[in-house]
Ligand binder design. Structure first.
Ligand code: GLC
Length: 546
């Protein structure tokens, strides 16, 4: 086992974390200033969303220079300082690598689109159109949004280029060895500066079928969105697994300690496990099922069982309740903080690597922003037509701005994100006067206090951070339970969460309470679980539960 098997990840979206420059935009210095908070929270690895040079059409996921920092965020020297300062506090740090596409303003693309025969002409995926006039897209591949073609017409070349995400994000052509080397060098640039690894943006879609075969028509409902076609030739292809191995080899050049690769990939866990490639591919892949969780014990047990089956040790599953693209956790349970607390216990006690998104630990909620005010390019391009009355009530938020509003540090103007009088790039949620770090730091019963306690207990417990997991069956309806065991030390923990609406009782054998929320208690071998409560019990060598 290496460090990343046991780690916990905290995602920072730099634009919204802390603004040190008083321009309403978060920056790297702001993160450095808040590193003590992150370390004190007890997470072990920091993942920073992109801060590289970019026209910011997709707020950094559209890059024009992979080895330079956008001026509003700082400089390469600030990024180096961030790495060093994180390390000084014992934190690991990962950056976000957007390998699939660049910005259409990247000098490579500006050159590439100029003609069919220039040194960069095949750095992107170009193809002739179909039809008499050649104006029909080369095949039926759809963009990630599924409603439009992945192909964009380029008048200069009278050809189409591929853009898996948005039209201004053209896909790089990794079948050209020069492209691969250039991007691997960008990866090395940051590895040389000490970064501990990368979160890999839409990694699963990089290697497409070189013959450009049509994807089969197969309507289905995956990852929360309807899809018309199975992405047989555009997603999770065998060549993509090979690319993962090649990237792993780049990281291996750096030896000890391990540099880590965490892929944003989509698909069934049974498919995604292939990226692991017996330890020679991606170290971790995101498993996003928890993002769309159903507050139901059986639902959680089913997902955990599936992840356990697909990612047996030494593989590690991953768990994530929220990120910069999806609804905040607490909004899916109607703002109920007791339920959010139960979810925190589950997230931080299952076997695997959990990721927290900034603000999750204080129970930040979505900030409603109508679609016609969206800065998010996905919302403004694809969802503007949706009537606001309908949008308002959707569980899934279509405007990603709503989950990216400034971090709520305290009860002062602009929640301490930027000085009062400065206009933050997105509005601060009105609930900041009560939902903020400072207020929750003063309250021993806050969600923040629970997260800190959980992270601390997890860190000190081999059973919780690296032990095996067995689901406990035969529990009362509504109760989720599992046992964590560390064979080496003999430590065992039992985790019980009541997601039902009836109180429940569970037998435990002489176990001490390590964490509890919602009034759960353990007395003389009896665990009492009111609705929306959870408990972690355990002791060295003892049997923690029935
Ligand atoms: C990923 C990111 C998302 C971004 C997209 C395009 O899904 O999480 O924020 O817009 O890729 O890079």
């Amino acid at each position: 086992m290496t460090w990343w098997h046991e780690t916990t990840i905290y995602q920072v979206y730099p634009r919204s974390f802390a603004d040190s420059g008083a321009d309403g935009i978060g920056d790297l210095r702001g993160i450095i200033d808040r590193l003590d908070y992150i370390a004190d929270l007890g997470v072990e690895t920091l993942w920073v969303s992109p801060f590289f040079c970019s026209p910011q059409q997709d707020f950094g996921y559209d890059i024009t220079d992979y080895t330079d920092v956008a001026p509003e965020y700082g400089t390469v020297a600030t990024a180096e300082e961030l790495i060093d300062q994180a390390h000084t506090r014992g934190l690991k740090i990962m950056f976000d690598m957007v390998m699939n596409h660049t910005s259409d303003q990247h000098p490579w693309f500006l050159r590439s689109k100029g003609s069919r025969d220039n040194p960069k002409s095949d750095w992107y995926i170009w193809a002739d159109g179909r039809g008499r006039r050649g104006r029909k897209p080369p095949n039926n591949w759809k963009s990630a949004m599924e409603v439009n073609s992945a192909w964009q017409w380029c008048p200069e070349r009278e050809q189409f280029y591929m853009a898996t995400f948005l039209p201004f994000q053209p896909d790089l052509n990794y079948r050209n060895p020069d492209v691969k080397e250039a991007m691997f060098d960008a990866v090395r640039f940051w590895l040389d500066r000490g970064v501990d690894g990368f979160r890999l943006d839409i990694f699963g879609q990089i290697m497409k079928d070189p013959q450009l075969r049509d994807n089969p028509f197969a309507p289905h409902f995956a990852t929360g969105y309807p899809r018309g076609w199975r992405r047989e030739f555009t997603e999770n292809t065998a060549d993509n697994i090979t690319l993962a191995q090649e990237l792993h080899a780049v990281c291996s050049e750096y030896g000890d300690p391990d540099r880590i690769l965490l892929g944003e990939v989509f698909g069934h866990p049974e498919v995604l496990r292939e990226y692991h490639a017996d330890g020679a591919g991606l170290d971790l892949v995101f498993l996003f099922d928890f993002l769309l969780y159903k507050y139901d014990a059986e639902w959680f047990a089913g997902v955990i069982r599936r992840f356990e089956d697909s990612f047996p040790a030494p593989m590690q599953p991953t768990y994530v309740l929220e990120n910069h693209d999806r609804s905040r956790t607490i909004d899916r349970v109607g703002g109920d903080r007791a339920k959010a607390a139960v979810l925190a216990v589950v997230l931080l006690t299952v076997r695997g690597v959990p990721t927290l998104y900034m603000g999750q630990e204080i129970g930040m909620s979505n900030t409603y922003i109508p679609l016609d005010r969206a800065l998010d390019p996905v919302a403004s391009r694809f969802f503007r037509w949706i009537p606001e009355l309908a949008n308002r009530h959707l569980a899934e938020r279509l405007n990603r701005d709503e989950v990216r509003t400034p971090m709520q540090w305290d009860g002062s103007a602009n929640a301490g994100f930027c000085p009062g009088g400065v206009r933050p790039w997105l509005p601060v949620n009105e609930n900041y006067r009560t939902v903020n770090v400072a207020a929750e730091q003063r309250d021993d019963n806050s969600l923040l206090a629970l997260y800190r306690h959980l992270l601390q207990v997890r860190r000190g417990s081999p059973a919780l951070h690296k032990g095996s997991l067995d689901l406990i069956t035969g529990l009362p309806a509504g109760v989720l339970g599992y046992r964590r065991t560390d064979a080496a030390s003999g430590e065992q923990c039992g985790v019980f969460a009541n997601l039902g609406d009836q109180s429940a009782t569970v037998r435990a054998v002489s176990s001490a309470t390590l964490v509890s929320c919602g009034g759960a208690s353990c007395d003389e071998g009896t665990i009492r679980l009111p609705p929306d409560s959870a408990i972690v019990v355990g002791r060295q060598g003892a049997d923690p539960g029935t």
